[in-house]
Design a protein around this ligand. Structure first.
Ligand code: FMN
Length: 280
């Protein structure tokens, strides 16, 4: 399956079946997590697959817990990162690669940045004092039926909907919408950003295209920034957007690199993050 197909296929799964994950799949996932160390801004992230399958740990899961939001999951992917500039973007980028890997293995996932017991999972990770645990994800086979909490979550976040192209993508400046054009080489990578996950489905990414350069900006949702201290959900969202954009662009043979060029995009509420400098 192509990465673009995997990106299209992913959606949040909050209800898991009892079916265990085969040992060879667990090994493959663990290896992927261990090798996933290349982040765009150079943060060092260590990922771990946390296993709650043993009897004592099955009771412990209630303690670290996800406040009833996630049902039936016995494995979680968690990661720790040092607190430095752009570490949230790096975390979003690398963790989304884990999510896509799990999706390709036909396993369900769900980004959790808020509805989990951060200190319980931090303990399980052996979190050092200078490290942050920004978000985790359950991983396992999807259950047949969505739980009521899952349905409510999807409904309140409007998870099945996305903003339209003209609200997210611009040409030259933030006031000029970019038309969706299937003949443009960047149409698919931008669409992969648009359909990606974001915290509470706020979709804070805005992209300004200037020829082969694409400037990634963030419009913060008022009141959202301070909720989790140093953990900035919407900067994680930006890393997810970078991941979807880069993987799909490279798959289509569009090469380029990330650069912080600060092209004076800071207008009004728009916060400049990074640019993709296309090498075509
Ligand atoms: C950074 C981040 C944090 C999230 N935190 C939570 C969370 O705490 N609890 C939850 O149930 N979903 C959480 N989500 C999942 C989003 O609500 C979900 O991705 C969005 O509604 C879009 O739905 P979809 O993933 O099914 O496409 C989070 C997503 C992201 C990207």
């Amino acid at each position: 399956m192509s990465t673009i197909e995997i990106i299209k296929r992913r959606s949040s799964c909050r209800t898991y079946s009892d079916k265990g994950i085969d040992q060879d799949k667990l090994d493959e996932l663990r290896k992927f997590l261990a090798d996933n160390t290349d982040s765009p801004f150079g943060s060092r992230i260590r990922f771990q697959l946390l296993d709650f399958t043993t009897e004592t740990e099955a009771s412990e899961i209630k303690a670290p817990g996800t406040y009833g939001v996630i049902k039936g999951a016995k494995y979680f992917i968690a990661g720790a990162v040092g607190n430095r500039p752009k570490s949230m973007e790096d975390y979003g980028y690398c963790m989304e690669k884990n999510i896509l890997k799990a999706t390709a293995m036909e396993l369900g996932t769900c980004w959790l940045g808020g509805t989990f017991n951060r200190s319980g999972f931090g303990e399980k990770m052996g979190l050092a004092s200078e490290e942050l645990l920004p978000a985790i994800s359950p991983v396992g086979y999807s259950g047949n039926k969505r739980s009521i909490i899952d349905k409510l979550f999807r409904l309140s976040a409007g998870s099945d909907k996305r903003k339209s192209w003209h609200e997210l993508f611009f040409k030259g400046n933030i006031g000029t919408p970019l038309q969706q054009d299937s003949s443009s080489p960047y149409e698919k990578p931008l669409e992969c950003v648009r359909i990606g996950p974001s915290a509470s489905n706020k979709q804070p990414w805005r992209i300004i295209k200037e020829g082969g350069n694409l400037h990634f900006c963030l419009i913060r949702t008022p009141g959202y920034n301070a909720v989790f201290g140093d953990i900035k959900m919407q900067n994680i969202d930006m890393g997810i957007a970078m991941c979807h954009f880069e993987l799909s662009a490279r798959e289509l043979g569009l090469n380029g690199d990330w650069q912080v060029s600060d092209p004076l995009m800071q207008t009004g509420d728009t916060e400049y993050i990074v640019s993709w400098i296309g090498s075509e």
